[in-house]
Design a protein around this ligand. Structure first.
Ligand code: SF4
Length: 173
């Protein structure tokens, strides 16, 4: 092989390694937020977190703290090409719950980690308003969803179980 082809091959290899590293770093930064895992410091591990103001509850898989910042983290066992609406609202519910529980902390975003990739969900006012609109409608019972399962575990973890009339669990668990 001539020197020219050898150098070209080396350059391509270096480029591929560089791009691979970049993609990996990006995936890593969304998959595992840096900082200290604090859920067990904030509340007993596994305990349901509640917002009494908004009537929401939730149980993030993990919360990381870095300085004055909290980042909720939710694992999903399925693949997804884009974050699903229900999962985004679940994350937004965590934002509202955590901001009520820890008013002096910043919660700029959360991480939704599917089997195949992770997404950063920003804590933006539009999403919070949409979620609160849905909760209001549920409360007014104009839009009570038809329960399509008989799995009390799902209701236990569901962010809407404080306001849902069809839940399979009692209110205070
Ligand atoms: S039925 Fe259960 S899972 Fe469905 S919205 Fe109500 S509490 Fe949530």
């Amino acid at each position: 092989m001539s020197t020219f082809w050898l150098i070209l091959l080396l350059l391509i290899l270096v480029l591929l390694l560089f791009l691979g590293g970049k993609l990996k770093r990006k995936e890593k930064s969304y998959a595992i937020p840096k900082g200290k895992e604090v859920y067990e410091d904030l509340e007993a591990r596994g305990k349901i977190l509640r917002s009494y103001r908004y009537g929401l509850s939730g149980k993030p898989d993990m919360i990381k703290r870095k300085g004055n910042t909290l980042i909720p983290y939710e694992y999903k066992t399925t693949d997804a090409a884009v974050p699903r609406d229900g999962h985004i609202f679940q994350m937004v519910a965590y934002f509202l719950i955590l901001s009520e529980m820890y008013p002096n902390m910043d919660i700029p975003y959360g991480v939704l980690k599917y089997k195949n990739q992770a997404f950063r969900i920003d804590n933006i006012p539009e999403n919070r308003s949409r979620l609160l609109g849905i909760v209001d409608e549920m409360r007014a019972q104009f839009m009570e969803p038809e329960r399509n399962h008989s799995n009390s575990g799902r209701c236990f973890k569901c962010s809407f179980n404080e306001v849902c009339q069809q839940k399979l669990i009692s209110s205070k668990q």
